[in-house]
Ligand binder design. Sequence first.
Ligand SMILES: Nc1ncnc2c1ncn2[C@@H]1O[C@H](COP(=O)(O)OP(=O)(O)OP(=O)(O)O)[C@@H](O)[C@H]1O
Length: 388
Amino acid sequence: MRVTHLSLTDFRNYRTAEVPFAAGANLFVGRNGQGKTNLVESLGYLSTLGSHRVSSDQAMIRKDADAAIVRARIRHDGRELLVEVQLNRSSPNRAQVNRAAIKPRELPRYFSSVLFAPEDLALVRGEPGIRRRFLDQLLIQQNPRFAGVIGDYERVLKQRNTLLKSARASRVREDQLGTLDIWDERLIQLGSELMDARLDLVARLSDPLVAAYRSVAGDDHHPRLLPQLTVFGAHVEDEDDSGEESVTGSAGVATTEAFRRALANVRRKELERGLTLVGPHRDDVLFELNGLPAKGYASHGESWSFALALKLASAELLRRESTTGDPVLILDDVFAELDQARRRMLATAVSGYEQVLITAAVYDDVPDELTAHTVRIEAGAIVEATDA
Ligand SMILES: Nc1ncnc2c1ncn2[C@@H]1O[C@H](COP(=O)(O)OP(=O)(O)OP(=O)(O)O)[C@@H](O)[C@H]1O
C-alpha cells in the first residue's frame, strides 16, 4: 500500500499542510526542528494509534489548538481510501474511513506502516516494557482484535491489584479472598491468550530477523529472540531455584496451566506486596546476538542494527501475512547514523517496498536511489517538492 496524499491540521508545528506523495522513495529534508519527524509521526500514528516519541496524544496537538487532524489518502490493490483520525484535547479521539465513523482502534485494518527511528535503540537497551509494547503493537497491526484483549487484560490486572492492595491494608485472610479466584480466572484466560500470541509472533519473526540483520549489517551474526515468560519462571522456581532455562519458551506446558500454577505459587507474596507478580505484564523477550544478550554486550552499531533489523522483520511479516499488503516503511533520521556502506545496504534492503518515507537533515546522507522525490520542509510548511 502507499499514501498518495496527506493533509494535516494543527498537528504538532503544522497549522495546515497538504503533502503529495510519490510511489517508491519520498525524502523529507530540512534543517533541525522544522517538522520532518512530525510529518512522518502523523502517519505512524495513523497505523498504530501511538507515537514513537511520546506516550500521550496531547503533545501531538498543535500548541493553542483543541484538536489535530491527520487525513491520508491511501492506495491499495487499485482502491483508494480516505483514512482520518482526529485527536481531541478534551474528548475521545475520532476516526473515519471514507467519511464514515469507525472506532479508532480499527484504523490498523486500513493503513499499515512500520517506522524506524533512533528512539528504537531503546528496544535493545531499554526496559522490558518497551519490548512488550513493540510485540503488542505488531500483534495489533496484524489483528486489531488484540487491542481489545490487551485492554481487557490491563483492566482485570488493575482490578486484581486493587483487591490485593485492599486485602493487604485490611489484613484480610487468604481464605476470605473468594473474589480473587474470580479475577484470577479472567486474568488467566486473557493473559494466556496474550502470551500465546506473543510466543507465536516471536517464532514467526525469527527467520525474517536473521535475514534482515544480514541485509543491514552484512555480517554473519546470529540474532535470536528468546521469550522470557514469568509464568514459566515462577512454575519451575519451585522445583529448581536457579530458574535459568525455565523462563524461556513454552517447554510444552500450556500457558494457561503455567499461569494458574504460577499464581498459586506466588499468592502469598502477592498478598504481602499487593501486586500481581506474574503474567504477560511482567514478561520480556531476550534479544541475543551470537549467544550473548544484546543488552549489555552488543556494541552501539550492533544494537542499532538489531533494532533496525527487528523493524524490517516486522515490515516483512506484515507484507507476508496481512491483507493490507506492503506496509509503508518510514525511516526517520536513520541515515545520519550510518556509514556509507551501511547506507547502501539499507537502501537495497528497502528497495522492494511499495513506498518508503525518509527524513534527513542532510540531503547528502541519503543514497541517490532514495532521493527521486524530495520534499523540503521549513517551519512546519512544505516549501518545495521536486521529482528527479
Ligand atoms: N504540539 C506542538 N505544537 C507546536 N509545535 C510543536 C509541537 N510539538 C512539537 N513542535 C515543534 O516541532 C518542532 C520539531 O519538529 P520535528 O521533530 O519534526 O523536527 P525535525 O525537522 O524532525 O528535526 P530534526 O532534524 O532535529 O530531527 C520543534 O520546533 C517543536 O517545538
